[in-house]
Design a protein around this ligand. Structure first.
Ligand code: HEC
Length: 143
């Protein structure tokens, strides 16, 4: 009796092993799809099907925030109103001489502070890259 059970188990195992070679049925493919690891990463250069390569998606998912987002969160308070003498977004006259200094100087002033402009506009949680994105956003919309 014991032997029979074991033989049956072995046969079952063999059937299982043999079974792995067959092409997946639609139902099995669905299971594979369901147990696929979450957050599988598709790296740029790979064939990712519809998935966005990581580099392209970074801005939306945890990477540096866009200039528009940072501006709204950290710069808007002064640069939309002209508070403390801040050059207003969209005011080409107020920006032209500043833009003339070059992006490097503008970004450095925004990061380190300049006159009544506090370092990073007071947003110490903003990365240098995010502040630079915000400067670019203001410059792009003020010429
Ligand atoms: C508390 C108010 C305030 C906030 C918030 C603020 N700024 Fe300013 N900003 C100023 C003022 C005032 C000036 C003008 C300083 C001057 O010319 O003396 C200025 C000037 C600037 C300039 C021009 C610098 C130059 O060299 O002429 C840039 C670029 C700038 N801000 C970027 C930013 C960015 C990016 C943010 C958000 C991350 C931000 N600011 C947030 C007040 C602010």
């Amino acid at each position: 009796m014991k032997f029979l059970v074991r033989a049956a188990a072995a046969m079952g195992l063999m059937a299982l092993l043999a079974g792995t070679a067959h092409a997946l049925t639609a139902a099995e493919e669905k299971i594979v799809e369901r147990i696929r690891p979450i957050g599988e990463v598709c790296v740029e250069g790979q064939d990712c099907g519809d998935a966005q390569p990581v580099a392209a998606a970074a801005a939306e998912t945890g990477g540096a925030r866009s200039g528009a987002d940072v501006y709204q969160a950290a710069c808007f308070a002064c640069h939309a109103t002209g508070a403390a003498g801040a050059p207003k977004l969209g005011d080409a006259a107020a920006w032209s001489a500043r833009i003339g200094q070059g992006m490097e100087t503008l970004v450095s002033h925004a990061i380190n502070g300049f006159g009544a402009m506090p370092p990073k506009g007071g947003c110490m949680a903003c990365s240098d890259e995010e502040v630079a994105n915000a400067v670019q956003h203001m410059v792009d919309n003020s010429q």
